[in-house]
Design a protein around this ligand. Sequence first.
Ligand code: NIG
Ligand code: FE
Length: 413
Amino acid sequence: MPSIALLHASQLVTLAGPPRARRGKELSELGIISDGAFVAAGGKIIHVGKSTEIEKLCDGETEVIDARGCIVLPGFVDAHTHLVFAGNRLDDFEARARGETYEQIAKRGGGIQTTVRATRAASEDELCALAKRRASWFLRNGTTMVEAKSGYGLTLEDELKILRVIQRVGKETPLETVPTFLGAHAVPAEFREDRAGYISLIIEEMLPRIARERLAEYCDIFCERDYFDVEDVRRILTAAKQHELKLRMHVDQLTNGGGAKLAAELGATTADHLEQTAADGISALAKANIQPVLLPGSVYALGSKKYPDARAMIDAGLAVILATDFNPGSSPSPSMPMMLSLAVTQMRMSPAEAVAAATVNAAASLNRVDEIGSLEVGKLANFAICDCEDYRELAYWFGISLVRDVFVRGERV
Ligand code: NIG
Ligand code: FE
C-alpha cells in the first residue's frame, strides 16, 4: 500500500480526543505534538507521534513530506456554504456601500432573487464548472470538506440541478461535499402572491423527490421576516423529518424571530447565524444540545457590527462551529483562516477554540467525526500544511493565506 510520512511539523495540531463535538474547556485542547509526525497508508492515518519515533517506521517505499518550520492541522470542515450559484452580486455590493441595506435591496427584487434568476438560466454543466473553480478556492485555503446548500433554484428542476452539481463536485474534485436542500431559501417571484402554493410545492413535490433520489442529507430553511415565518418553518421541517432528512436552520440573522427556540423545538442538528439570538434562545439550544454555526463572514461583509455572542454560547456549554457561509450576497469568502481571524478579533474566541470550531466540531455536525476533523489513527489523511510555527498565527495574520499544501486522503491536491 502506498504510504506517506509527514515529519517534523513544528506543531502537529491533532485535535485528538473523543469522536464527538467538543465543548467548554475541551475546545481549547488541541492535542499539539511539537516536532510531530504521522504515517498514512491507503488514505488513512496509521501512526501518529513524535518525529523521532515515526521516522523509524519509514522504509524505502515511504514518501516523506518534510514539514519543518510549518504547522500541520486537519483540513478545515466548512459546515455552511452556498457553493452552487451563477452570476454575482456586485451591484448589491456597491449599493450597500452607498448605504442601502441587505433587506432594502431584497425588497426591490435584488438580493437572493438576482442569484435565482442567474442560476435558473445556467445549465448543469455551466454551474458545475463554476462550482469546481470555487472548490479549488476552498482547497487552496485549507478546506477539505464543505456542506453545500441548494436554494438558488426554487423550482423542482432547478433545485435538483443544483443538488446534482453538489454531488458531482464531491465526486469529480478532491473537495468532499455534504448536500443540504434549501428550497425554503426565499419565496420565488412567481409565487409572490401565493406563498402557500410554494410551501405546498416544497412539501408535496420537492422533498419526496429529493429524498427518493438521496440528493440531500439535511434540509435547511431561512427563518426570517419576509422569508419564512415560524409556522411555515414548522410545516416544512416536520415534512423534511418524515423523509428522514436531518435539519440545519438559518435563524435569527437579521431579526430575532424566535428561531433558536424553534430549532430547539424541532430537534435540529444545527442552528446557524444567531446574530440576534438573546439569552433565552441560547439556553434553549443548550437544553436541546444543538450546535450553533457562527458565520462571522456574513456579519463582516454586510457591514454589520452585531456578531453572534460566541462567549455566551461557549459559557452555556454549546459545541460551537465556525463556517464561512460562502455565498454571493452576504459572505463572498471561502476562507476559513479569515473566519478564524474574525472569531478572535470580533467574537472574543481564543485561537484554540476557533480551530476546534472549524474542524472537529464541524465534522461532528455533519455526522463525519469518525472519519475526519482530527489527525488520529483510523481517520482520513485530510490535512493542511501552513507556513507558520504556531497555530495561533492562522488567526493572527489576516488577508494572506499561510496554507502551503493540502492533502485529501493522503494525496496532495
Ligand atoms: O446565509 N440568509 C440567507 N442566506 C444567505 C444569504 C444568501 C444570499 O444573500 O444570496 C446567508 O446569509
Ligand atoms: Fe447561509
